[in-house]
Design a binder for this molecule. Structure first.
Ligand SMILES: [Zn+2]
Ligand SMILES: [Zn+2]
Length: 337
């Protein structure tokens, strides 16, 4: 079969590889859609996880079950499914507390095990979720959306009591727009998105959010105007500056991935005096079902997928820098598949 293979640090090619063997407890999935994410590029360069090579990347994917092992129940050939990529130990203190995303021995399909940028992927059947009739490209957004939901939970803004009336997302990349979409879908009345790029701001407008040019006077006039502010840029200066937009009693979420050795500064007194919650979040925590529920309520989110490509055409997207007109890039299997 064909697969994208990370052969070594920085070396990526479409490669002919054997179809993986089915094992007990596992199912073989014929991949129909698989999204590229910034994490894949970090994995390619050995900056995320331990750097296991060779590796088939891809942790955001959906497809059709082709085969199941004899001991698998609840999943059958022909089922339409999405994968929860996180493989957790179930034994460590974090797993026992239900924080499986923080498992001390966290592994994941597409990071430490072969993932979804291939024609077939063999996955532990317990990691499969039925998607009903949801289109595959939407289903492949369930994993990043689950990460977003985990972040909203970490910031304390899910549920009636914590629901903000207004929110600002800084950074209009795929994750920023997923955040904004989620906030609107859960009932936040005012959702604004800031970015410095005009193409991305046009996308913000197309989704019906309130656009703000980063650094503009219009944005400066929104000091302390939002109950919830999220960084989706991973830029330290943005993280430092986001507190100023949070209303008293509000929350700020660090969702973008800043460089590990970077440092930010802000005034602890301000967090104290204005009672601001500052939260971080990592990955997803068994919440693919909630993400699927959200996806079925907002099909417009598929506008995020700007590229639907065969495997070979995916390769340049792992190595070239980000183009602001590119949102979500997906590998999509040929229609006959
Ligand atoms: Zn991802
Ligand atoms: Zn664990």
């Amino acid at each position: 079969m064909k697969a994208i293979v990370f052969h070594d640090r920085g070396i990526v090619q479409e490669t002919e590889v054997p179809v993986p063997a089915l094992r007990p407890g596992h199912a073989m999935v014929r991949v129909q859609a698989a999204g590229l994410c910034h994490t894949d590029i970090e994995v390619l360069h050995g900056r995320y996880g331990k750097g296991v090579f060779p590796l088939v990347p891809g942790h955001e994917y959906a497809g059709v079950v082709e085969l199941v092992a004899d001991d698998v129940s609840g999943i059958r050939p022909g089922d339409r499914v999405v994968i929860d990529p996180n493989i957790t130990c179930g034994q460590c203190p974090q797993c026992r507390k239900g924080l499986t995303n923080l498992c001390a021995h966290l592994k994941a399909y597409g990071v430490t095990e072969n993932g979804g940028f291939a024609q077939f992927s063999v996955v532990d059947a317990r990691h499969l979720h039925h998607i009903g009739q949801l289109p595959f490209d939407l289903a492949a957004l369930a994993e990043p959306l689950a990460c977003v939901m985990n972040g909203l939970g970490a910031a304390g803004v899910l549920g009636q009591s914590g629901l903000p009336q207004s929110a600002l997302v800084i950074g209009a990349g795929p994750i920023g727009l997923l955040l904004a979409n989620s906030l609107r879908t859960i009932g936040v009345a005012r959702v604004a998105v800031a970015d410095r790029n005009d193409n991305r701001l046009a996308m913000v407008q197309a989704f019906g959010f309130e656009p703000f040019a980063a650094g503009s006077d219009a944005l400066r006039q929104e000091q302390q105007a939002f109950d919830f502010v999220a960084d989706a840029t991973g830029v330290v200066a943005v993280v430092e500056g986001m507190i100023q937009y949070v209303a008293d009693g509000g929350a700020a979420l660090i969702f973008g991935v800043c460089p590990p050795d970077s440092r930010a500064s802000f005034a602890p007194f301000e967090l104290f005096r204005r009672q601001i919650r500052l939260a971080g979040s990592h990955s997803l925590n068994r919440n693919i079902p909630q993400a699927l529920d959200l996806l079925t309520r907002d099909l417009t989110i598929s506008k995020l997928v700007t590229h639907r490509l065969p495997l070979a055409e995916m390769v340049p997207f792992f190595t070239k820098g980000g183009d602001p007109t590119t949102m979500k890039v997906q590998f999509v299997a040929a229609a006959a598949g």
